[in-house]
Structure formats: C-alpha cells, structure tokens
Design a protein around this ligand. Sequence first.
Ligand SMILES: C[S@@+](CC[C@H](N)C(=O)[O-])C[C@H]1O[C@@H](n2cnc3c(N)ncnc32)[C@H](O)[C@@H]1O
Length: 235
Amino acid sequence: MTSDRTRRGKGTEVHGIFQKIAGYYDRMNFVMTLGRHEKWCQEVAARVAPAGGGQLLDLATGTGVIALEVARRYPTATVTGVDFSEEMLRRAKAKAGAEAVRWQQANAASLPFENESFDGITEGYLLRNVENVDGVLREQHRVLKPGGCLVILETCPPSGPVKPVVKWGMRVIVPLLGQVVARDRSSYTYLESSTRAFESPQSIAGVLRGLGFKDIGWRKKFFGTNVILWATKAN
Ligand SMILES: C[S@@+](CC[C@H](N)C(=O)[O-])C[C@H]1O[C@@H](n2cnc3c(N)ncnc32)[C@H](O)[C@@H]1O
C-alpha cells in the first residue's frame, strides 16, 4: 500500500533490540500487560485451528509463548516456531514442552517454506516490527493452505476518548517500566514509538482483504492498546 510502510534498515535495528532484550522479555511483557499476555496467547491458539491440528506455524515466536500454547492445545499438530533472533529462540528452546515444537531461525519477509504448507499461522507482535507489512502478509498468504486461518496479536495505536490517557501512559509508563524492570529505557522507548506509529486493525484488515483473505474479524484488548485479528484464506 503506502510507501511509508517500507522502512529500510528497520530489520537490523529490530533484530538488535530483540537480541538485547531476550533475557527479560517475558518479565517485561508480564508487567506491561499486567499478566494478560498469556491469556491473549491462549485465545490466539484457540482460534487458529478450528479442525484441531495439522501443520501450524507461529511467526515471530520470540520466547515461544504462542507456539508452546498451540503445541499444548493441539497435541497431534506439527508446530513450527520461527524467529530471526537467535537469542529469543534460545530462550524458547529452554522452556518446558519445547521439544514439541520445531524451532527455526528465519526472516518473516522471506519464509523458507513451500506454497500452501500450513493449515494455520499465528503471530504475536510481528507486523509493527517489519519493514514491509504488505510483503510480510503476502508471504503468509503464500505459505497458508486455502481455508487456513491466520491469527494475529498486535499492539494498536490508541483511539477514542481514552486516547490522550493511553498515549500519555505509553509515552511515560512503558519506557519507565523498561528502566525499572529491565534497566533498558531505550529499547522500550522504541516499543512505545513503534506502537503509536502503527496501523489500525481496519487498515490491516484492508490489506488482508486485498490479499485474498475472508471472514476477517478482530477484538481489541486492554483499553484498545492490543488487538487480536483473525482471517481465513479464501479457497
Ligand atoms: C515482541 S516479540 C513477540 C514474541 C511472541 N510472539 C510473543 O507474543 O511474546 C517480537 C518478535 O518478532 C521477531 N521478529 C521481528 N521481526 C522479524 C522478522 N522480520 N522475521 C522474524 N522474526 C522477527 C523478534 O525477533 C521478536 O522475537
């Protein structure tokens, strides 16, 4: 769509940030979402495989929270967790139940999978980190089988009457938490700015529709700061 979606050099910067914050990522996530992230991951997992299994892919798997939940929920499925950060994957592989997931290092912009390989794809907080949102979603459409589900967990730019309060909270509280919990203000300043600059669920839904997804829906979470979107690849 618009050219401002293409932000060159962002991939290298993002890779460096996640290599750096991997050790305290889960702790910060817990604090920032007041423990709700785990529940959202459970909802993402519950939505991805209505038929209960098959080949499932979790992109931007990070420390593996969604991939592990998917593997727990669908014991007969083959679950692949992909991320481009070696450090995040190292943490995922060390978790209980990790042997149930195939962990793979790859860039979501160019997936090392054949067309129509997966019955379902999940992802948590990938899109706001990539250089080309449309290209990354096109790649997901390519590797998904017709009729397959895509479920996305993302941050959401603040809107509506709570917008000024949420904006203030994100600008002040998130970097402050980064400072206090992780001794790393700069990485969490990036998180706050990437969220404010990101797109609305309506806009992501528009891209999905253009790519050939149908049955698109979403539900906002946590005062509209997070969103779960879902869509099905048309046959
Ligand atoms: C905020 S973490 C989310 C981790 C996990 N999905 C969750 O919900 O907790 C974002 C992850 O996306 C990964 N990532 C960002 N851009 C990527 C890309 N282009 N290809 C693969 N992984 C990417 C980062 O390395 C990081 O682990």
